[in-house]
Design a protein around this ligand. Sequence first.
Ligand code: FAD
Length: 833
Amino acid sequence: MGRSAAIQLAQKGANIVIVSRSTQKLEAAIKLIQAAAIDPSKQRFHYISADLTNPDDADRILDETIKWNNGVELDAVWCCAGYCHPGYFIDVPIQTLRDQMDTVVGAYYVEWTESFIIPRHLIFTASTVSFFTVTGYSPYSPPKAAIRNLSDVLVQEIEMYNGARRNKDANAPATDVKIHIVFPMGISSPGFENEQKLKPALTHIMEEADKPQTPDEVAAIAIKGLEKGDFQIITNMVGQVMRTSSLGISLRNSLFLDTVASWFTSIVCLFLISDFMGKVFNFVTTMAISETNYGLVRKAAGVAPFEGIPVPTLPDDYLLIRVVIVAVNPTDWTTLDAPGDDGTLEGCDWAGTIEEIGPKVEKAFMIGDRVAGFAHGVLCVPDNVPWEAAASVPCAIGTMGLGLFKFLSIPFPGFESIKSSEANQDDNKTILIYGGSTATGTIAIQFAKLLELYGITGEKYIFEGKHWETQPRYFEFAKKFFPIVEKLWGEGKWTEHPREVRPGGLFGVLDGGTTGVLVATRLAKADPNLSILILEHGPNTRDNPLVVNPAFYLMNIAPDSPRVSFYKSRPSKDLAGRESIIPTGRCLGGGSSINFMVYSRPQAIDFDAWNVPGWSSKDIIPMFKKYENFQVTDPAIDTSVHGYDGEFSVSSGTNAQPAFQKDFFKACSNVGISTTADVQSFHSANAVGKFNMWIDRETGLRQDVAHCLLFPLLDQGNTGLQVATDVSVNRILFNANKKATGVEYTISGTKPAVVKARRLVVLASGALGSPQVLERSGVGDKNLLLKLGIQVISDLPGVGSNYQDHNVIFYPYKSSDGVEETIHGVVGMDWTV
Ligand SMILES: Cc1cc2nc3c(=O)[nH]c(=O)nc-3n(C[C@H](O)[C@H](O)[C@H](O)COP(=O)(O)OP(=O)(O)OC[C@H]3O[C@@H](n4cnc5c(N)ncnc54)[C@H](O)[C@@H]3O)c2cc1C
């Protein structure tokens, strides 16, 4: 609309400056505006690229505009910035709600405060949602209502200045300052198309009366209203009804007409209130089937746009269900990526309400019943089960049912056994649940408990040498056991796998690397009642052979390893222009689970040089002893600096290359460097010796924090510690007092979610990860954060700077020693360089 207004004003002879973030868009727009000029020889046009949510940019716009206008103040400033992100309040991330405030109100504040002394006309652009909002505009209508409020309050403030002018103060400019505010409804623009896609179906229904106008139409009506001198400018009849229904203290465009219209519309609104509330209340249950139905339709591998699809015609023995929510099932993303299957509708697991019942449906369903299912099966959902929980289980229940009740022929609890010709009745009550932490496995465990069994089978089942999974031909069977699920569900005997934290609130949130796990497990051990959550970016590492077996250590930093993140430095002139590649741990256990296991302690003087009370080597060395189970027995070693009953074993490793070592120490001695028995004694600088390793002498296993501290604690139980892997922390959330209150995180492919911490948040994302989280949270260099549009919580320029590291360079040598002296010999792989 801003562009259309500028073009039409150019046609009326105005000089114009336009402001936007994108130079490309500005260049294109200014050409159109120039072309529309009625007198190109006299009219002047200019554009400024700026971000109006950034107060610093406003000074620049102001200076530049006045300079461009030969030092003369502007006649009018028209504020058009803003975009609409519709959605239900509960679905929209807090950051988006903030962005809406920032772009809609923030930009106006900036435009307004900076232009305050200048214009004869200050024009705001709000929306009819400022008066009259509907469901689905919770992110957008509050800032728009704020703009309306701002216009009202400024009308009063402005009177002070107008008063000065009318009193003919010699210094006061002759013309009064006037405020105007335009309230368009839908404007057909690219932004509007995007908005329409995001809009909940209910919003589309609620605003049926809003027929979008073109930007040119809206701009023309707005300019006409401005020419008439109207304060509130409405662009269509429906908008007039909305405006006059809530005039309040706002200036009237016409005292008589506005007053009469407001009597009329206050009556109309009485009916509208019940109409709107009814529409919302009945939306999910009794609404007639909408003509428009939407779905994610696969078009090609990896492409599934959200588009209109026909409402299915109902076969006699089918139910027509309005889907309220779809849970992502692995089928969905594998179907999306796999070749073939174009035209498939994504969304296997779902929950919704019954719209229509085919005449041959035998079960006693009723229209409006809450149901959930996958592909063919349907189960009833009790009122106390939320939609999200209902949608997350159907396919898993089907899979579990096939394993337990069909193939193993275990009787349903409280129901007669369904025997299958393929099934073996097994009297042994112990079954193995393989993959027990998966959705299916969790449900299987719960059923095993109900059946008084201990343990069960996996999601993939091998029977008579064949590999079985849920397949359409078993759906008939699945349908048979759904009634039992409904029964148990209704009785509250069976619950969804709990994801929420324990009662009492969350104590803290940490990252799952070396430091995070250490702190979390120490705290959890100290007090099992503390609720502690570890959110780890990378995958689980438990019992992964590439992690626990030291010989595979290099595999973890292979380019395709899922347990590492690589960072690239800027080119360095000291490295002949090369960029260093820096690997860091990205998995449960962090660096400790993928590093080279070299046991390396600092020198005592490193601590003493700090000269900070509580951090001297005397204070710190006991901590080093606490975690250590030192297994090296060389009598030349001072045992007083080592610990012998900690959780981490330290040994000289189970693999040695004595011939290489001997040669190396001899070479050192030849050049005058002495050898020490213990390079980790805190006092052994300026000598060489054999590094010990984070490896247990007996088991030969890596000693990482995940396997030495975390998993044993989780296995032992009685802990408030919970771990979530493959979860990325986006940022830390702060309250108004700048106290960390939780974190915003993302699970791949999902919308950001929030977890609150009652007591504290510990950020331990590593030397390269932590600064990123801090900066995204608003803690860092103010100039950088503002440029990136991040709200500044604390201006700390050092965050993200001054990184220092030690380089490792691997020299490959050809050796005449035997293959058993090399890693090659240990793992039997060809690592020839
Ligand atoms: C290849 C390699 C070899 C090494 N060899 C040795 C050695 O032999 N001896 C030695 O003493 N040291 C070695 N190190 C260094 C040592 O492992 C690290 O210094 C140490 O692990 C750092 O611990 P940390 O807790 O600071 O960070 P990390 O252990 O790196 O933990 C940070 C954790 O935070 C997670 N994270 C980051 N961002 C996010 C986010 N946004 N959301 C959620 N989680 C996030 C990461 O995935 C990671 O798990 C090596 C390191 C590497 C990478």
